[in-house]
Ligand binder design. Structure first.
Ligand SMILES: *Cc1c(COP(=O)(O)O)cnc(C)c1O
Length: 385
């Protein structure tokens, strides 16, 4: 197939919901991606934070292959050894108070589950989320998501959702009511512009939740699995009652999960998923977690993140308003629209993401090398001057 054929078929047959870039990706290895012409790119997007362990890991490929030949699907009605092993491993790696896991297949589904569990547990209905927050696009998650452009075509939203400014405890405490079931926050807002939470803010929210019988849900779909310098970002903030994960949980295979404290109570049969916890995804997640732990990827993200952040801060450019981030989750806020620079970087062999109109977001695989980061920095310098 020629490039024209590929684009032609996708443009002709798929609903045009993605603002497509003019690039056909066919292959990946480590922190590199390759287009159909064999051109190489340094990946600073990781499929929006999916490929923390890098592309095309042989260990994951083997695990998936073997698991598929053994048993790929096993509905939750039945017990399964791979799922049992993953559950034990995940809970052992999770913050102390999180004791149980619910499996699903995506980030939005994890949020959807957490919202339902919050209502079932508290008997209350209201969810408070943050402005600029992003939690996915299914109806429950969408109601908690901030972006007007995501919500407007689909009103009415799920009732009982309120938005308050992020990192502002006073505004939050003003809207909490007797009906508040949960507060839902990202430790570092991803889509909303790579905005790092204030620890004192999170500590106050944690205390308020305890005092008022409100559940704290942290959305770590993007920040999870080493991205911010610890296995979960919440280790640097506070412990939630529910922790939502997905993206990089299973090394690139679709999977989501809600990690729950013992306070969470859900009636049997009330929330289930056909593919949730299927052995194929569980096998991929087990190996991926092993790689993250063995290769000390959270520590690596911390060290290389600081190196990357300092390198970006050293770029002298009038176009940059601020550089910020945590671990290998980095944002460069420009004084102008960032779209043209994303294109410029792509033309020079670097793939990055947007996070709002003026922010360039970098989410490289955590196995990226210092040399690759140097290369990105030098191209970035060229592109931003
Ligand atoms: C990507 C993302 C989601 C949604 O995940 P999907 O798998 O696309 O449904 C939710 N929350 C955050 C913080 C995300 O980054």
């Amino acid at each position: 197939m020629t490039s024209l054929d590929i684009k032609g078929l996708e443009d002709r047959y798929e609903l045009p919901v993605y603002p497509r870039r003019n690039l056909i990706l066919v292959r990946g290895k480590g922190a590199r991606l390759y287009d159909d012409q064999g051109r190489e790119y340094i990946d600073c997007a990781s499929n929006v934070g999916v490929s923390n362990i890098g592309h095309a890991r042989e260990e994951v490929a083997k695990a998936i292959y073997e698991q598929y030949l053994t048993l790929s699907n096993c509905y939750g009605l039945f017990y399964n050894p791979v799922r049992a092993m993953l559950s034990e491993r995940l809970i052992s790696l999770s913050p102390q108070g999180l004791k149980r896991v619910f499996y699903c297949n995506s980030g939005a589904e994890a949020i959807e589950g957490a919202i339902k569990f919050a209502r079932a547990t508290t008997g209350k209905t209201e969810i408070i989320a943050a402005m600029r927050g992003f939690h996915g696009k299914t109806f429950g998650a969408l109601a908690a998501t901030w972006g007007e452009e995501y919500r407007k075509p689909f009103i009415p939203m799920m009732p009982g959702t309120k938005h308050v400014p992020f990192n502002n405890f006073e505004k939050l405490s003003e809207v909490v009511s007797e009906e508040t079931a949960a507060i839902l926050l990202e430790p570092v807002q991803g889509e909303g512009g790579v905005r790092v939470g204030d620890k004192p803010y999170f500590e106050k929210v944690r205390r308020l939740c305890r005092e008022r019988g409100i559940l704290l849900i942290l959305d770590e779909v993007q920040t999870g699995f080493g991205r911010t310098g610890t296995l979960f970002a919440c280790e640097q903030f506070v412990e939630p009652d529910m922790l939502c994960v997905a993206k990089s949980l299973a090394g690139g295979i679709p999977m989501g999960a809600v990690l729950c404290s013992n306070a969470i109570r859900v009636p049997v049969k009330s929330h289930t998923s056909t593919f949730g916890g299927n052995p194929l995804a569980c096998a991929a997640a087990l190996v991926s977690l092993e790689i993250i732990v063995r290769e000390r990827l959270p520590e690596r993200a911390k060290e290389l993140g600081e190196y990357f952040l300092n390198g970006l801060r050293a770029i002298q450019s009038d176009k940059i308003r601020e550089v910020r981030g945590l671990g290998l989750m980095l944002g460069i806020e420009l004084k102008e629209k960032a779209g043209p620079y994303v294109q410029k970087l792509m033309d020079r062999g670097i793939l990055v993401l947007l996070a709002g109109p003026t922010v360039i977001r970098l989410l490289p695989p955590l196995i990226i090398t210092a040399e690759e980061i140097d290369r990105v920095l030098s191209v970035m310098k060229e592109a931003l001057i």
